[in-house]
Design a protein around this ligand. Structure first.
Ligand SMILES: [Zn+2]
Ligand SMILES: [Zn+2]
Length: 432
């Protein structure tokens, strides 16, 4: 397998990678990828575990980086948690497990008995131990948890430097745009890149494809989130999150001459003791490169130089813009087979849509023809390739394996990987 992989990697050497705007040549070497989760909750907000316990779990599982993204708070300053709250969320042995792992010198308490309180360690404090060997990185983050028009508008700010309180707005679209503006201002002020991705659009069916298409400053959306309550597959009245991704990309490229969204897979984990429903380890991103630096990783995400996964590993993904060819190389596991769907929308697609109302007459979504986000090709094997015909607005790939997902949230869920849309061009279409 290794010799074969090397040969294939050599064959695709010299092609351009999936990054649309700044393509770089890949070498003959097998490229490096950094594995990370950028949506995680701890005791700093509504998670049920101490932050350093969570981070060391991810580190032990082979992740390279982790962003703790608590609701409207950074892991910073003094926060004391009553023992009753810790126990009710994390179980009666929560403090014993923490003491076993970190010892009395690390665990800070005050008071006694029922009045005992534990101080949460800050990111600045606990990152030292996790990062000291140079093989793991903590990235500061916040889930800016806003509301508008009675629904949640949650956006994760990866590599944020200072807290941003939810800005709000009279509509979902304005709330999104306002938070994007606040983040862009901080990035300008600090000189540090920040990725602000829209979380779980179908949580409370809060954000429609049309909302997301209209706010063109937003370039990222969660296309799989491991929290079982966020309606990844939609329902009779709402598109799935993956379909929303395609609707948005189609509207933007065909009608708004704006760049498409990149798709992010995350855990949105809250529960860490084997109980509870929102557990870690279900989905992550793989960022190209080997430099464990928060700014570098954030820049790579900004350029779309990453893929999302719920188990399937790619050796490489390459888009050759000259040959208009998208090529994947899958890291094959013994006894597992792979099917890749190349999904996209063509310029001749029927883009009309019909309003869909709920039983009480409220417009909930619009229904599009099957041309939007159509399956353009289905290819078996570990080196699927798509040759563009010339009329595609964009094409993306989703790989589905036969291996059952390690901790499924969807019926009959197997491991998958999602690559970013390629073959699109905003400036070209504008000039037509
Ligand atoms: Zn959320
Ligand atoms: Zn969350």
């Amino acid at each position: 397998m290794r010799a074969f992989s090397l040969l294939v990697t050599m064959l695709v050497a010299g092609l351009l990678n999936a990054g649309e705007s700044t393509p770089t040549k890949i070498g003959a070497e097998r490229p490096s990828w950094l594995k990370g989760n950028i949506h995680t909750h701890s005791f700093w907000s509504d998670g049920n575990q101490f932050p350093e316990m969570i981070a060391s779990w991810y580190k032990q599982q082979g992740y390279d980086f982790l962003a703790l993204s608590d609701h409207n708070i950074l892991s910073k300053g003094e926060k004391w948690m009553p023992i009753s709250t810790l126990k009710s969320r994390g179980g009666n042995d929560i403090l014993d497990k923490y003491l076993d792992a970190y010892g009395k010198d690390w665990v800070l308490t005050r008071g006694e008995g029922d009045k005992l309180e534990v101080r949460l360690r800050t990111l600045e404090e606990f990152r030292v131990g996790l990062e000291k060997d140079g093989d793991f990185l903590m990235v500061q983050s916040e889930e800016i948890s806003d509301r508008s028009q009675g629904v949640p508008v949650h956006m994760n700010a990866t590599n944020i430097q200072e807290l941003i309180a939810p800005v709000g707005g009279p509509t979902v679209r304005e709330a999104m745009a306002n938070n994007l503006r606040a983040v862009a201002e901080q990035a300008r002020k600090t000189g540090k890149p920040i990725v602000l991705h829209l979380n779980h659009p179908n949580f409370g069916y809060a954000v429609t494809a049309e909302d997301l298409a209209a706010v063109v400053q937003e370039r990222f959306v969660e296309i799989y989130n491991g929290h079982p309550g966020v309606n990844v597959l939609g329902d009779d009245e709402h598109a799935s999150v993956e379909k929303i991704w395609d609707i948005v990309n189609t509207i933007r490229l065909a009608q708004l001459f704006a760049p498409p969204l990149f798709g992010v897979g995350t855990d949105d984990s809250h529960h860490y003791h084997g109980r509870g429903t929102s557990r870690p380890g279900r989905s992550w991103i793989m960022v190209r490169g080997d430099e464990l630096d928060a700014d570098v990783i954030t820049e790579k995400i900004t350029r779309g130089d990453f893929y999302s996964s719920s188990g399937v590993k790619l050796i490489d993904v390459v888009y050759n813009s000259k040959k208009q060819k998208l090529e994947l190389l899958i890291d094959e596991q013994v006894g597992v087979t792979y099917t890749t769907k190349f999904i996209g929308t063509t310029t001749s697609a029927d883009l009309s849509s019909k309003e869909k109302k709920t039983a009480n007459g409220k417009t909930v979504t619009r229904i599009y023809s099957e041309d939007v986000g159509a399956v353009l090709a289905t290819v078996p094997g570990i080196q699927p390739t798509y040759q563009f015909k010339g009329d595609e607005l964009y094409v993306r790939a989703v790989v589905t394996s036969t291996k059952p997902h390690v901790d499924p949230t969807l019926p009959k869920q197997t491991e998958q990987a999602w690559t970013q849309p390629v073959g699109w061009s905003v400036s070209q279409r504008r000039s037509r």
